[in-house]
Design a protein. Structure first.
Length: 118
């Protein structure tokens, strides 16, 4: 299984970025897909999650109204549109795939840096 993130970088406060995660080696449509982030000195936290069925999404309070998660089950991708970015959004962002069947399957991408700074 591979999860490969792209789209990170440096952006000014108030700007936008779109992260993408390309998945391979798994039955993508079965998996709930999430974005996590980890800032220096802090624990990894859930940013957004989109379920495998129905596409229902949930967000951390800190990003509600600014970030939007979406998925394309035909292309095996999940994206995170990030608007109105703040310096506090600076972190390494990780793509995650999870499926709980008979056992729990959980996979991580390598992470991608997002820096919000003037």
């Amino acid at each position: 299984v591979q999860l490969v993130e792209s789209g990170g970088g440096l952006v000014q406060p108030g700007g936008s970025l779109r992260l993408s995660c390309a998945a391979s080696g798994l039955t993508f449509s079965r998996y709930a897909m999430s974005w996590y982030r980890q800032a220096p000195g802090k624990e990894r936290e859930l940013v957004a999650r989109i379920l495998s069925v129905g596409g229902s999404a949930q967000y951390a309070d800190s990003v509600k109204g600014r970030f939007t998660i979406s998925r394309d089950n035909d292309k095996n991708t999940v994206s995170l549109q990030m608007n109105s970015l703040k310096p506090d959004d600076t972190a390494v962002y990780y793509c995650n795939a999870e499926w709980v069947g008979i056992r729990r399957y959980n996979y991580w991408g390598q992470g991608i840096q997002v820096t919000v700074s003037s």
